[in-house]
Design a protein around this ligand. Structure first.
Ligand code: SF4
Length: 315
């Protein structure tokens, strides 16, 4: 697989672009995830023409439609930022990004819970950074996170799974459009989709089953929308346990009663969050190899991202 293209707030890469001339280097993003990702850096404040260093800024007013104001001299930077951001997101369409990692808490780049000050100077953490808002409105289905949230192992796993899946989908899009490619993609992703949303899994199954009744364009469009919506819903131990039980069903004939008991115990221990997901997955992988279970072998769910990222090793 080619590297995955992700937008990122420039300061997270260690570039000295912050208002104080510093950076916010995040080693996980550069050194670990960076091995699989090609970053497209965006620093809204510098790219809209502000110098380094510069006066710090904050959001002010109504949290739904705040103004971007410099903290000391109270200059209003809203129009400047908005008109730059509207052009920048159009340019970013060409990059075919699979997601964006924002700098948390920034009045320009923060994706949620950014401080917005009222007329008394009191902050409420209800704002969205000005560029981040325009970006998310322009690309509503693209996976987005901030570096702070990515320290949470569940959010990290979910985000990385989504960007890898979107990258595989983009590879389908890069080939000549035909129904068979969508069916093949869906076949390999069935269990992964099920782990996010049984409801979407059903919808997509129905969509693929009536693929011949739709124009190829319609099929691609509808499939992509439901896929992205499904992946926005997070996996949970309960949903994963459901998928694991489903996989166990493929070994009804082969497993001895002792082996079944052991696998059931491991799945239950995972569901109760005593052990990480990698444990039942490893055991099931062992049976897949042992009994050469062809359908499960091709399931991306068993290997949705590089093992080295250790995303399934947490409880
Ligand atoms: S938070 Fe955003 S605007 Fe601020 S320095 Fe980082 S990239 Fe630039």
């Amino acid at each position: 697989m080619e590297k995955i293209k992700l937008g990122i707030s420039t300061c997270l890469l260690g570039e000295n672009v912050r208002y104080d001339g510093g950076h916010k280097l995040d080693r996980f993003l550069t050194d670990t995830l960076g091995q699989y990702v090609e970053y497209v850096p965006v620093c809204p404040e510098v790219e809209c023409g502000l110098p380094i260093p510069r006066e710090s800024m904050h959001l002010e007013g109504n949290p739904e439609s705040p103004r971007l104001i410099t903290s000391r001299t109270k200059q209003d930077m809203t129009e400047r930022m908005v008109s730059w951001a509207q052009k920048r997101v159009v340019k970013l369409e060409k990059e075919e990004l699979c997601g964006f990692i924002f700098k948390s808490d920034s009045p320009s780049s923060g994706m949620e819970r950014v401080r917005v000050y009222n007329e008394k100077g009191m902050p409420v953490k209800k704002g969205v950074g000005m560029f981040a808002k325009i970006f998310m409105d322009h690309f509503p289905l693209l996976p987005v996170e901030d570096e702070g949230r990515l320290h949470d192992p569940n959010l990290r796993e979910n985000f990385i799974e989504r960007i890898f899946t979107l990258k595989r989908w983009r590879e389908v899009l890069s080939k000549k459009e035909n129904r068979g490619n969508v069916v093949d993609f869906h076949t390999c992703h069935k269990l992964l989709i099920l782990s996010h949303s049984p409801k979407h899994s059903q919808l997509m199954g129905k969509l693929v089953a009536r693929a011949k009744d739709l124009s190829v364009k319609e099929l691609y469009q509808q499939y992509q929308t439901i896929l992205m919506e499904a992946l926005q819903l997070k996996t949970t131990p309960k949903k994963n346990a459901n998928v694991l039980m489903h996989m166990m069903g493929y070994f009804k004939e082969e497993l001895s009663s002792d082996e079944k008991k052991e696998l059931l115990e491991v799945i239950e221990n995972y569901r109760q969050e005593y052990i990480p997901l990698i444990v039942p997955i490893t055991l099931i992988n062992h049976y897949i190899r042992k009994y050469n279970q062809y359908y499960l072998k091709q399931q991306i769910y068993l290997n949705p991202h590089p093992l080295e990222l250790q995303l399934r090793n947490h409880v």
